[in-house]
Ligand binder design. Structure first.
Ligand SMILES: Nc1ncnc2c1ncn2[C@@H]1O[C@H](COP(=O)(O)OP(=O)(O)OP(=O)(O)O)[C@@H](O)[C@H]1O
Ligand SMILES: [Mg+2]
Length: 504
């Protein structure tokens, strides 16, 4: 009887269905990793192994380009290494230590094969160094689940950098990471370097909590350059807002929630603002940030519960889950997606509703304050019959005083001219600019002469109202166009006030 023909046992019939190594190992390559999620999966293992330093190394320009992740974690013995090289080295149903970022016993292999055809792992533990390689071309040729064992490390790039303990994961034959570019070495190097540069942001974000909360902090470097953590809640900026944390008890542990509001873009340096928003910008990075064991798995999405709008642009909600809930959350091998258990979804929906309300109110208040000042705004905001209209206020002293000095026959024309400015506000164009890059939209700064003219017109009115001198300076500096030209405006206003008071 051949090995694949049915066998009869006492109560059931079975047949051999061992997977074909050559084809199954190829399928492992295509479960949807990108260069950045693949690298992050390798770094997960370093963190689980207690590493304090992780180095991403690359040699993109050489004839045989290679990329590696080196750590100083606890390393593996030869027996552990051979077990680790096995696809499905651990049972996903087994419980794991709370700091273990793994689940499937698959990540190191599937992440590596998604980018390369040759995976070498060299590792040192208790003074013993072990190394083994999966070579997909070899597996294709032999159709055997066999790794090569190395007694000599000299051919393994960066193996001389292994410390007293730790692990080095090397990717070679980078067919995927090099985008299939083979003959043009310069182009290939550019491609690899671009992917690594893009991965940098992902890594700073995914592991930011280990890089800032841990003592000592986890250090991650890319070709010798230490990466800074990227905290999507901007908590290092004093003007960020953090709501009270909240938790929900489920069968297998607690889910924790905390809402944050980023500082307004004027309250942090532009470089930091851009870094926080990233290439997609703040509109696209608002939303939930879900962490599993403090490792980010979902970033910047309202998960179908709300739209990403300008109003909620600064809102981010942190959701923390432990690794004991993986089956309820349907965590995937790549740790890049999850499904929300219904009770959690309900709580998250409430948080979103509350958030949308408060941010709407904040913006409305801010909008009102801008134009609703009792002290002569140049622009009026009028809400009528479901429409909002902005128009220059003709009774404003700066217009009224000027008009009073015009001959009668020009006064009507002057009023028409000002009204024309109001009716030709380019609403559609403003709207599209605000949808794109709102922080770049601003009113033109007034020049010195206009500030003089405006101060001349307003100061007497404010004095007439019996307002104290210091308060007048304060009021004027808070409204446009003085506010945007603060330094120059202050001088002009003080000079006028001096003159006005001295002249009685
Ligand atoms: N850098 C490392 N240091 C020490 N041990 C490691 C390292 N990388 C991998 N291992 C060992 O190899 C095993 C297999 O890793 P792999 O990433 O394939 O699966 P996992 O981490 O257990 O689960 P998952 O598939 O969810 O990532 C790990 O469980 C761990 O025991
Ligand atoms: Mg893993």
């Amino acid at each position: 009887m051949s090995s694949d023909s049915p066998k009869a046992s006492s109560d059931r019939r079975t047949a051999d269905a061992t997977p074909h190594a050559a084809s199954l190992i190829q399928s492992l390559r295509d479960i949807g990793y990108s260069a950045e999620t693949a690298l992050a999966d390798i770094i997960d293992n370093s963190i689980t192994a207690g590493a304090r330093k992780v180095e991403i190394l690359s040699d993109a320009a050489s004839a045989e380009p290679a990329v590696a992740v080196l750590d100083d974690g606890r390393g593996m013995t030869m027996v552990e290494l051979l077990e680790a090289m096995r696809p499905g080295s651990k049972n996903p149903l087994d419980s794991r230590a709370s700091g273990d970022l793994g689940r499937f016993g698959l990540g190191m292999k599937s992440a590596s094969f998604s980018q390369c055809k040759r995976l070498t792992v060299a590792t040192r533990k208790d003074g013993t160094t072990s190394a083994a390689t999966w070579d997909l071309d070899e597996v294709s040729r032999t159709n055997k689940w066999e790794v090569e064992i190395h007694d000599d490390l000299s051919g393994i790039p960066w193996s001389d950098m292994l410390g007293t303990q730790g692990t080095l994961v090397v990717w070679r034959s980078l067919d995927r990471l090099s985008g299939g570019i083979e003959s043009d070495h310069r182009k290939r190097a550019e491609h690899i370097n671009r992917l690594l540069a893009e991965a940098e942001r992902h890594i700073r974000l995914v592991f930011h909590r280990f890089m800032s909360e841990d003592r000592p902090p986890l250090e991650i470097a890319l070709n010798g350059r230490r990466l800074e953590p990227l905290d999507p809640f901007g908590t290092r900026f004093p003007k960020h807002q953090a709501d009270r944390p909240d938790r929900l008890e489920l069968k297998n542990g607690f889910v924790e929630f905390q809402s944050f509001t980023l500082p307004h873009h004027k309250e942090i340096p532009p470089a930091d603002w851009n870094d926080l928003g990233g290439p997609e910008g703040h509109l696209r990075t608002q939303g939930f940030y879900v962490y599993r064991g403090r490792r980010l798995i979902i970033a910047g999405s309202w998960l179908g519960m709300a739209r990403q709008t300008e109003l909620t642009k600064l809102c981010r909600i942190r959701v923390d889950i432990p690794n004991t809930m993986d089956s309820e959350w349907k965590i995937d091998v790549k740790k890049a997606s999850a499904q929300l258990p219904p009770a959690v979804r309900e709580r998250m929906r409430l948080l979103v509703e509350r958030l949308a309300l408060t941010s709407k109110r904040t913006y409305q208040r801010r909008g009102k304050k801008l134009v609703d000042s009792e002290y002569f705004p140049v622009w009026q905001r009028i809400q009528r019959d479901g429409a909002i209209i902005y128009r220059p206020d003709l009774s404003h002293p700066v217009f009224a005083d000027f008009a009073a000095r015009l001959p009668d026959e020009l006064q009507g024309e002057f009023a028409n001219l000002i009204a024309l400015i109001g009716s030709s506000v380019p609403v559609a164009s403003l709207h599209s600019d605000f949808a794109g890059s709102p922080e770049e939209v601003r009113a033109e700064e007034a020049d010195e002469q206009s500030l003089h003219q405006l101060a001349d017109a307003m100061i007497p009115r404010l004095v007439e109202q019996g307002i104290e001198r210091e308060r007048i300076a304060e009021i004027l500096c808070q409204i446009e166009p003085f506010k945007s030209a603060a330094a120059m405006a202050q001088g002009i206003i003080n000079e006028k006030l001096d003159r006005y008071h001295n002249n009685g």
